[in-house]
Design a protein around this ligand. Structure first.
Ligand SMILES: NC(=O)c1ccc[n+]([C@@H]2O[C@H](COP(=O)([O-])OP(=O)(O)OC[C@H]3O[C@@H](n4cnc5c(N)ncnc54)[C@H](O)[C@@H]3O)[C@@H](O)[C@H]2O)c1
Length: 436
């Protein structure tokens, strides 16, 4: 294996990098490498995305169209739907989705397809890096044999690593370059060259002894968050029953300088990571005969939150002498988190479904989502204006987008704030506001 030449190509930015899957993870990564001078070949099965990339139009909030256009114009980045382009690359990074199946089991079909197709075109001296979140053992036990179908041998002909992605879409402070990155190669050479590769765009790269450590670290990080959010949700339920403000409790508890870390309750988990990754871990544990009870309970608590929100809306309406059926309920924010357009697994969608089932008249506003299909019905975002707000029987803040909340408070009859979005609104408020 001509390791030296690949090392040199990386150091001299002459290595051609293929990024497979150009979504929230793949596109920012591809653009970072292209900005550093590498030639990046982006591969995605979605024709529309590839057309946009080649016209310099970004569809990801964390990548501006300006920066994308710049690298496309300089011919540092080009998109294809065709995997045969991989034969031009010395590095292939896989960033395709790893969702759950309908039965809530890991669906790794996207990475399997990607690996099978890479195997058709991979050449000697290529480094393959898996970035998609997977359960421990996937890189070695599943991806490696698929790549070896090419007739090439790992270690001798090509290199293979796992390096989990930690990007936090919408985070203004932490972006690709300043989020430390873990790399775990199948062998020492794979780890070394993967480390060198990411050092070109990331301040701190942490090598670990195996892909399994890196795979497990990623799942642990997100399971830690999911379990702690479940605890915060459980505390919110207890506090509400006791008539204690949970947000005040968190704000004082976190004055302890050690041993406490603030997590916040909310309407339920969303996105492509937190509701999913813990179940990847429990699936693998189960295969080994271990029941991960804490993960299961956390999943149950978090999954119940949309139902709890429905119950709170119903109570608010009841106090105003109204019934849920035929009441106008306005959902403020339907993406799974603040200031990004991602609606995957968003609890708002579950809440809207529950409200419709109970015959409430639902409408919504979200600055990032103009329309959405839920069941058979297409909803269009209503304008956020006085008249619309005044018409509602109840407004539920589900996502705390950066908005003019004064306008909301001044014109609503009652509000359920599931995110503490109104914490900063001071002064005399006539509107009835309930917090989670
Ligand atoms: N979104 C996040 O915040 C985040 C953070 C950390 C890790 N991750 C992990 O990163 C991985 C990718 O997530 P994402 O959010 O970027 O997903 P995404 O859906 O935004 O992007 C994935 C892209 O892959 C494309 N694709 C699907 N199958 C393909 C195939 N066989 N070949 C080529 N392209 C294909 C899709 O068209 C899509 O554009 C997942 O494993 C996820 O768990 C996501």
């Amino acid at each position: 294996m001509a390791e030296i030449s690949l090392r040199q190509k990386i150091e001299e930015k002459k290595a051609v990098i293929a990024v497979i899957g150009l979504g929230y993870v793949g596109l920012p990564l591809a653009v970072e490498f292209a900005k550093k001078g590498f030639l990046v070949i982006g591969i995605d099965l979605d024709k529309e995305k590839i057309e946009k990339i080649n016209r310099g139009i970004s569809y990801i909030t964390d990548v501006s169209s300006e920066e994308l256009k710049k690298v496309v114009m300089k011919e540092r980045m080009v998109g294809f739907t065709d995997y045969s382009q991989i034969s031009r690359a010395q590095i292939a990074i896989i960033a395709v989705p790893t969702p759950l199946s309908k039965r809530r089991k890991p669906d790794i079909s996207f990475i399997l397809k990607a690996a099978e197709r890479i195997a058709r075109y991979i050449r000697r001296e290529t480094l393959v890096v898996l970035e998609s979140t997977v359960y421990p053992g996937t890189t070695r036990e599943i991806i490696l044999p698929l790549l070896e179908r090419s007739g090439l041998k790992v270690g001798k002909d090509f290199l293979l690593s796992f390096s989990p992605e930690r990007v936090d879409p919408g985070n203004k402070r932490y972006k690709t370059g300043n989020i430390p990155k873990i790399v775990g190669g199948i062998d020492k050479k794979s780890t070394q060259l993967t480390r060198l590769l990411y050092q070109q765009i990331i301040n701190k790269v942490i090598p670990v002894l195996s892909p399994e450590i890196a795979e497990m670290a990623k799942l642990w990080e997100n399971t830690f968050r999911a379990v702690n959010i479940a605890l915060a949700n459980e505390m919110a339920l207890v506090c509400n029953r006791l008539g204690i403000d949970v947000w005040e409790v968190i704000s004082v508890a976190q004055t302890k300088p050690f041993g406490f870390l603030a997590f916040y309750p909310g309407p339920g988990l969303g996105g492509h990571c937190l509701p999913i990754d813990p179940l990847y871990l429990s699936y693998k544990a189960k295969l080994e005969g271990i029941e991960t009870r804490l993960i299961q309970v956390a999943d149950e608590i978090n999954s119940q939150m949309p139902h709890y929100v429905l119950g709170r809306i119903e109570k608010i309406l009841h106090r105003a002498g109204k019934r849920l059926s035929h009441s106008k309920v306005f959902i403020l924010g339907i993406t799974y988190k603040k200031d990004i357009p991602d609606i995957r697994e968003s609890p708002a969608i579950e809440i809207i479904k529950l409200l419709i089932r109970r015959k409430a008249k639902v409408s919504y506003f979200d600055p990032f989502v103009k329309e959405i299909k839920i069941g058979k019905k297409v909803f269009h975002s209503s304008p956020l204006e006085k008249r619309v707000l005044q018409e509602q029987d109840c407004i539920a803040i589900i996502t705390d987008h950066s908005l003019n909340y004064h306008l909301v408070v001044e014109n609503a009859s009652c509000i359920l704030d599931t995110r503490n979005a109104l914490a900063k609104i001071k002064g005399k408020i006539r509107t009835r506001i309930e917090r989670l």
